[in-house]
Design a protein around this ligand. Structure first.
Ligand SMILES: [Ca+2]
Ligand SMILES: [Ca+2]
Length: 231
């Protein structure tokens, strides 16, 4: 807008000069010269600002229920409708043996002129009612975060009250490539509902999706896989 305003003012100066038969005096000539140079100055400042301030950061989330394939969704055994859940659904896991493993693919694409991207586990949104559970997160096979969920006995009402783990684990500085995040849980007999996971990525391409696939493995059964790029 500023640029357009300056451009229109510069244009007006030109038009005014055509309408006035007399040569402009020194002060008006100086003002006209300054006005004509301002757009170039603004462009220069913008360019320098972008060059110096090349910092970019994106935030993306993945809905846990998206790891389920259509047959699993139809079975309704691993997901629940919740009015307060993101996408109105959660992934429901009752897992006293840590047999389920959610595996999410993260596609690292550094922004222009960048070699590395720094990712941070910003949050996992979940719901629980009754005894607490554990959420284990590993990155490329190495432990990244362990979190104990909120414990509250509310006769089932807390299943629609969502809570957040917040930031957990150290940040990872990564080159371009595909990386795997593994999430498993250890629950009581009533389980845990996982809503969504959120990552922040510094110096990642602004137009990238970051998450590029997800699946859930039951170590006691064949894998359910969903590699659609939905985010
Ligand atoms: Ca529980
Ligand atoms: Ca969800």
């Amino acid at each position: 807008m500023l640029f357009q305003l300056l451009c229109s003012r510069t244009k007006q100066c030109h038009e005014n000069r055509k309408q006035v038969p007399h040569p402009p005096n020194k002060s008006s000539s100086l003002l006209t010269t300054v006005a004509m140079k301002i757009p170039s100055f603004v462009l220069l400042v913008c360019h320098v600002f972008v060059t110096i301030n090349g910092y970019v950061e994106i935030q993306r989330h993945y809905e846990f229920e998206d790891v389920l394939t259509r047959p699993a969704l139809e079975e309704r055994e691993l997901w629940v409708w919740r009015s307060e859940a993101s996408n109105y659904k959660t992934l429901r896991l009752v897992d006293e043996e840590q047999k389920y493993h959610i595996q999410l693919k993260v596609c690292i694409e550094p922004a222009e002129d960048q070699e590395f991207v720094t990712i941070t586990l910003d949050d996992i949104r979940y719901a629980n009612d009754g005894p607490f559970d554990y959420i284990f997160v590993s990155f490329e096979g190495r432990p990244w975060s362990v979190y104990a969920t909120y414990e509250r006995w509310a006769h089932g009402h807390d299943w629609n009250i969502f809570r957040n783990t917040g930031r957990n684990g150290v940040s990872h500085r990564l080159r371009k490539g595909v990386y795997t995040i593994d999430i498993s849980v250890l629950t009581d007999k009533w389980g845990l509902e996982l809503d969504k996971i959120r990552l922040n990525a510094e110096y990642q391409r602004l137009d990238s999706s970051l998450f590029c696939g997800g699946s859930i493995v039951n170590l006691h059964q064949p894998a359910h896989e969903n590699t659609d790029d939905k985010k």
